[in-house]
Design a protein around this ligand. Structure first.
Ligand SMILES: NC(=O)c1ccc[n+]([C@@H]2O[C@H](COP(=O)([O-])OP(=O)(O)OC[C@H]3O[C@@H](n4cnc5c(N)ncnc54)[C@H](OP(=O)(O)O)[C@@H]3O)[C@@H](O)[C@H]2O)c1
Length: 419
């Protein structure tokens, strides 16, 4: 019996909304609010008649805090699910605080204008102090801890797959299989093929910024940063096969390093085909991945935003993508004084996702946990005042919900380790 306000109506939101509508016992009412209201109306029209969930829509610019507060006050949801872009995280958190509702998102804050002097000052200090240079980090949102605590509200950060499910897998491994976890390797494999020479599986601007940034990992209490794509391994993934994967910086490394006591090393690897890398290197070399505006024929253009306009819309990849994803974690550590290794992973089939909700598996594997996080917060199962990452809650209800809502997981003892 919950009312959820969902901000954003893109690839991930569409799956989360489909899943809320399948879960109408919990989500009796949802409001889909986004910048382009016609997309919200189209989705409402598609879903009405297939669900008991009452759907309303609204136009909102999530950067406009006053308008957001007014919308929240008018709709009176139990929680707000932010599946717009990371650029809007802080504005939506501010609005939730002012209007007194819980907050859930799937990606940590990133500044849209990375040249903004106020952002630059904090960013450069963090680069010097922590030693990684990605434009996104948790400090901005962790700074809201006291405000959410005082307001008696929950902010759940990163309720997608990675971060999100990978954080829950870690908490589950620690609760049920280990006394201490020493190393975590997060492996994100997309064995899907969409048939385009180059496309990104989710928002191209966010995706390319993440992938073209230097890689980094956590080891013995500090960050080690390496040039982009400079650490390569091959891994044989269950139900997918052998793939090349590369070490990336990724946001859950930061929270797991803080929240998993005694962890010595955390790395994140993602698979990429040679064609993707060749295209990305070329685009980077010619400046098309730049976030700095350039003057072109009297107009100011941000190259990566222009590129986004040229690339296939990730939402259009669904019908064309075949193959499977395999995303999970490999843990090493100690149980009852003995060394132990374990992996927990999910395999998801692009075409099965498309048949069920009209989206490919990347949106699916993010949208399902977004719905689950919203459900656990809205129903009070995962509520405590403050700002939290998913590994800070009891993993069991989330793990049960993954099995029920389309992302069943497997536990494998003695998996092949990554060297
Ligand atoms: N944790 C994970 O595993 C994971 C994985 C993938 C993605 N993600 C995150 O999921 C989020 C959504 O990704 P996506 O691929 O669904 O992106 P997307 O397809 O580009 O959708 C973004 C949506 O947000 C809306 N939006 C953008 N700016 C807005 C604003 N100022 N006010 C209101 N709405 C606004 C867009 O509206 P328009 O329709 O008008 O453009 C669009 O509907 C991103 O934060 C991404 O980083 C997380």
């Amino acid at each position: 019996m919950s009312k959820l306000l969902i901000i954003g109506c893109g690839g991930v939101a569409s799956v989360a909304i489909h899943k809320c509508c399948q879960n109408s016992e919990v989500f009796t009412d949802i409001c889909i609010a986004s910048r382009t209201v016609s997309k919200c109306d189209a989705l409402k029209e598609k879903l009405e008649g297939t669900t008991k969930t009452r759907i309303t829509t609204a136009q909102i610019d999530a950067e406009d805090e006053a308008a957001l507060v007014a919308l929240i006050r008018e709709y009176q949801p139990d929680a707000v699910l932010n599946v717009a872009l990371p650029y809007q995280d802080l504005a939506i958190m501010n609005a939730c605080l002012e209007a007194g509702v819980h907050y859930i998102d799937t990606a940590n804050y990133e500044a849209e204008d990375t040249q903004d002097p106020a952002f630059r000052e904090v960013y450069e200090k963090r680069c010097r102090e922590l030693g990684f240079t990605a434009y996104f980090d948790y400090s901005w949102q962790w700074n809201y801890q006291e405000k959410f605590q005082k307001a008696g509200l929950t902010a759940l950060l990163g309720s997608g797959f990675d971060p999100g499910v990978t954080s829950v897998f870690t908490a589950y491994a620690l609760k049920h299989y280990f006394d201490e976890i020493h190393t975590i390797d997060i492996l994100d494999c997309n064995g899907g093929d969409h048939g385009y020479p180059f496309a990104t599986n989710f928002n191209p601007e966010i995706n390319l910024r993440e992938v073209s940034a230097p890689g980094s990992y956590w080891e013995n209490g500090k960050w080690v940063e390496v040039p982009a794509m400079s650490i390569h391994r091959e891994y044989d993934f269950q139900q997918v096969g052998k793939k090349d994967m590369y070490l990336l910086h990724h946001e859950e490394i930061e929270s797991l390093a803080k929240n998993i006591p005694g962890v010595k090393r955390i790395r994140f690897f993602m698979t990429f085909g040679q064609s993707y890398l060749t295209h990305m290197n070329c685009l980077q070399n010619v400046g098309m991945l730049s976030t700095e505006p350039v003057e072109f024929q009297g107009q100011s253009i941000v190259p990566i935003q222009f590129l986004k306009a040229l690339l296939p819309d990730p939402a259009s990849l669904g019908p064309r993508t075949v193959g499977k994803t395999n995303i999970g974690c490999i843990f090493t550590g100690i149980k009852d004084g003995k060394e132990k290794t374990l992996s927990i992973y999910n395999v998801c089939d692009h075409q099965e996702c498309y048949k069920e909700v009209g989206s490919q598996a990347i949106s699916y594997t993010t949208g399902v946990p977004a719905m689950i996080g919203a459900m656990l917060v809205a129903t009070g199962v995962w509520q405590k005042p403050g700002v939290f990452n998913l590994e800070e809650f009891d993993p069991d209800p989330f793990m049960d919900a993954l099995n029920r809502w389309g992302l069943p997981w497997h536990v494998e003892e003695n998996p092949v380790l990554v060297d």
